[in-house]
Unconditional design. Structure first.
Length: 339
């Protein structure tokens, strides 16, 4: 649906003679960037993005605050609340740290699937790449309250420092906080294993270990932002050299299809063989003398591992040489810089 500016536009032109009233300026609900001129020489840009792909979604949610409206063109409640969402977005248009966006669930199924959308409309809030809240349904009061709360916090924090051109000169660091814990996967891991242990290592014991009776374990780590990893740092558990990984493969951007049944139970198609679908793969044979003070670093070729959205680590054996001896990883760090 299109909306002509009408007398609003003519009055704005009187306030600023540099603007021609003859320009065919039209506002649309799907416009990616439109400009509204007010009467007092003030222009505000409405940053209403239409999310159409996962890469676009990942880039948008890396901002300080992303508020996204998941809708369907056939959804009556979506149409009813859409003008409210667009009106609320204009109030924060001058803040570059706050992004308002819309996503048609029928056109961007991969995005809606990754975000677990089961009803429309659904409004999700992402802060620095991580989902912090959501509103399901056309609840104007709840949406207005939560938008007010999160935008006020973002405005108080101010814009994030620009990182343009910094990836080449930045010092590589631990990218654990960029791991999307909610989308990460473990295959053939013990019940005590958790991807959160990679972000925040436990004070003792193993962060990740294989299931009883096997040395194999698969770790899939998606990221909330695109990264350029330089190496994977593995620390063994205390007195656990024989349990340390010895044969490892690391793959980039392995595709994983996630689905939910009618009861909301999630399934995925990730297996040990999925690493063969990686954009790039690097293989390692790690020997005991390469664990210096219990630590080894698996270097990643920059020519292969650039612009990475996920890493999949497959461990096929440990230093014991026994197929049924459990693999234990005390700590694991993905080291690199944001792309």
């Amino acid at each position: 649906m299109k909306y002509k500016a009408g007398s609003f536009w003519n009055d704005a032109c009187k306030a600023d003679k540099a603007i021609s009233p003859s320009l065919p300026y039209i506002f649309t609900s799907s416009t990616l960037s439109s400009t509204i001129s007010f009467y007092k020489h003030k222009t505000i840009t409405v940053k209403m993005q239409e999310i159409k792909s996962l890469s676009q979604f990942n880039a948008a949610k890396s901002k300080s605050l992303l508020i996204i409206d998941f809708y369907a063109t056939w959804c009556g409640p979506c149409k009813a609340i859409s003008p409210v969402f667009e009106r609320l977005s204009t109030q924060h248009a001058a803040n570059p740290s706050i992004i308002f966006a819309k996503c048609d669930v029928d056109k961007a199924k991969d995005v809606s699937q990754q975000c677990g959308i089961t009803a429309m409309p659904t409004f999700q809030f992402f802060k620095d790449g991580k989902k912090v809240d959501e509103v399901k349904g056309a609840d104007v009061q709840q949406l207005t309250t939560k938008i007010g709360y999160y935008t006020a916090a973002a405005a108080k924090e101010g814009p994030k420092p620009s990182t343009a051109g910094s990836s080449s000169s930045a010092t590589p660091g631990n990218l654990g906080t960029s791991i999307d814990i909610g989308q990460a996967k473990l295959i053939s891991a013990s019940l005590m294993s958790n991807v959160r242990n990679i972000v925040t290592p436990p004070p003792a014991g193993a962060a990740i270990s294989s299931a009883t009776g096997t040395a194999k374990v698969l770790i899939h780590l998606p990221f909330t932002q695109v990264i350029n990893p330089s190496h994977l740092k593995i620390t063994i558990v205390k007195d656990g050299l024989s349990n340390a990984p010895s044969r490892v493969q690391i793959g980039s951007n392995v595709p994983v299809r996630v689905s939910k049944d009618k009861d909301g139970n999630e399934t995925h198609d990730l297996t040990f063989d999925s690493i063969s679908k990686a954009e790039n793969i690097q293989s390692y044979n790690v020997y005991s003398d390469e664990y210096n003070n219990g630590v080894t670093e698996l270097k990643l070729k920059s020519s292969k591992f650039t612009g990475v959205k996920s890493l999949t680590i497959r461990v096929d054996a440990n230093l014991s040489g026994e197929e049924k001896t459990i693999t234990k990883i005390g700590q694991m760090e993905v080291v690199g810089v944001a792309a």
